[in-house]
Design a protein around this ligand. Sequence first.
Ligand SMILES: Cc1cc2nc3c(=O)[nH]c(=O)nc-3n(C[C@H](O)[C@H](O)[C@H](O)COP(=O)(O)OP(=O)(O)OC[C@H]3O[C@@H](n4cnc5c(N)ncnc54)[C@H](O)[C@@H]3O)c2cc1C
Ligand code: FES
Length: 328
Amino acid sequence: MLPKKPGATAAISVTKTMPDIQIAGRQLSMPSGSNLLEGLLTAGIPVPYSCRSGHCQTCLLQNHKPLAHGDPATSNLSPEQQANGWLLACQCAVSENLELTRFDPQQSATPALISGQTQLAGDVLELRLQPRGPLRYQAGQHLTLWLDDNLGRSYSIASLPDDDGLVFHLRLYPQGAFSQRIQHMDNGQTIYLSGVAGICHYDPDWHDRPLLLLARGTAVGMLHAIARDALKQGHTAGITLIVWQRSEQSGYWHAQLQAWAEQHPEVTYLTTTDNESDQLLRQTGLVARNAIALVCGSPVFVERQRKPLFMSGLARRQILDEAFLGSQ
Ligand SMILES: Cc1cc2nc3c(=O)[nH]c(=O)nc-3n(C[C@H](O)[C@H](O)[C@H](O)COP(=O)(O)OP(=O)(O)OC[C@H]3O[C@@H](n4cnc5c(N)ncnc54)[C@H](O)[C@@H]3O)c2cc1C
Ligand code: FES
């Protein structure tokens, strides 16, 4: 062993068992390894949240310095967000002292004016917004819509950047904090948009590969927008849009999709139900070996479609999905 130089101190790594958390003028101690969102809510600090699984970005908090590269609390965030110290509280296992600031939509998000609301069948609201600032996105990606600094929800974009404003298809839930409030707001009122994200959008590299779009519920809006984007970008292989219906009843946008598909010979529009869908997907020729499948809807729906798609010969990398997670 080397003799210790006089005055030298050994480098000891100490893991704090109760890291200090500073937020909103308060200082708390939380057990190392505990969930940050749970700890803050238990301490009575109002932090907005929805999915609790790292997808919706409503629980964003900013630390005074970036977390270590690869921390699960930042893995769903952009490199720019990570570099600026943002983290997702629901994915953060406390392991060090944190000095946190809440996300303020009025400071950090893009304002947008409500420009139209149309009630569609089946408790679905078509919401139109005019952003009041630059916003880079592709049809099918999702954003967080904020009504105030405590109420944000994720919604997928059902329009193209060249359209007149942004369009969303929102399910109206009887107990829905966001959906019940927005449907009573007026045109011209301001809401805020943040966190463009999501892998479900059209990639021009797919131009000669058949597209299979599987939608349930309000995912119809964003997948229709992706199909429109594909046609606009010169997609040369076929596009098949399959919409799941609850029963024999038509889905909320059936007539519009039928009319649109009739105008585009490249598009096949089909409807199905849970009972019939496996058989439909096994139908010879429907799922081509080189197809790209985009699957969007409830988490259960997305999970359920994987097996029949694998059985039809698609590899994992050919299937992209987006689960519309609700508040947990
Ligand atoms: C990436 C992403 C994209 C999404 N895109 C869309 C979209 O384009 N259109 C859309 O309508 N939704 C979409 N969602 C789902 C939407 O964000 C949630 O449903 C949201 O919680 C609704 O907010 P709310 O305030 O109306 O209801 P909340 O106040 O959040 O929930 C109140 C109650 O309503 C019911 N509820 C709410 N959401 C769901 C759900 N998804 N499934 C089952 N029951 C629910 C539950 O009973 C819940 O307790 C998306 C979610 C994610 C994560
Ligand atoms: S990402 Fe944390 S609550 Fe949704």
